[in-house]
Design a protein around this ligand. Sequence first.
Ligand code: PMP
Length: 309
Amino acid sequence: MKTSIDSRLIWLNGIIIPLQEAKINVLSPTSQFGANVFEGIRCYWNDERQQLYAFRLSDHYKRLKNSIKMFRMEDKYTTDELQQGLIDVVKANGYKEDLAVRQTVFIDGFGSWMSKGPTNMFIAPIPKGRTLGISELGMKCCISSWERISDRNISPKIKAGANYINSRMAQMEALENGYDSAIFLNDQGKVAEGPGSCLFIVRDNVLITPPLSASILESITRSTIIELAQKEFNIKVMEREIDRTELYLADEVFLCGSAMEVVPVLSIDKYKIAEERPGEITLNLRDKYLDIVRGKSEKYKEWIFPIYE
Ligand code: PMP
């Protein structure tokens, strides 16, 4: 297993090479200005079937293409090429474990922050366990003093490296102040999302999440959770604005995303959520999500893509 950094292989500009040999031009717009767009794609190992499943791969490539378009970058790769690169590099590494794959399309060359190209790409599969340690029940969060970027300045719908400076400000402040993570409000003062995740609350057995117009990423996990809540648990789902104080009064709160999966929020600004115990709806959704991504449910097999023949 090529888990140590020394033996990992990476896809860079069409060739698969040792990670240590993958070099980037320091003067490129991606290096100087964060001129890149990317996806974080999870692959889950199913031991029984000896198969590695990529989760909602075509949806990730749809979003990557949207980011490329909005960024006005040269659109060099077809969806098939984006997908084939991932398959090739995972197979080259021979991974038989859970992965987080970072697939980044970047502006290379010697241009400036306004260059459209040349675009290049790297695909880096990284072995990845769960976000929370076994003993951890969830996260303690604060409301960030930083506002979420909005569609009027840097759209959160573009999954660009540079957008994560906003996330970084919130996360670093939260850690500095003794919290695990932060929750952003948007430019309207309504709840938006976490630094790298979307947010759901439960009030009176209704699952509520901010709408896509609330300055959030069009999250694939968010749409998965909405579908599972309705189809699997018959839970009413509302996409509507959420006030800050509703967070404090919620019966359950959780964050979700490809990397984070589903993580209970135990307190916000030190207001306890359900006595700091993960809620039942949260745990049911998390367990169902983790079964589906690992290919344990026939019903959702259109969401999982087998890497190995
Ligand atoms: N919001 C932000 C800001 C994120 O970075 C992420 C992680 N990609 C998410 C939400 C969750 O998106 P997804 O479910 O597509 O991973």
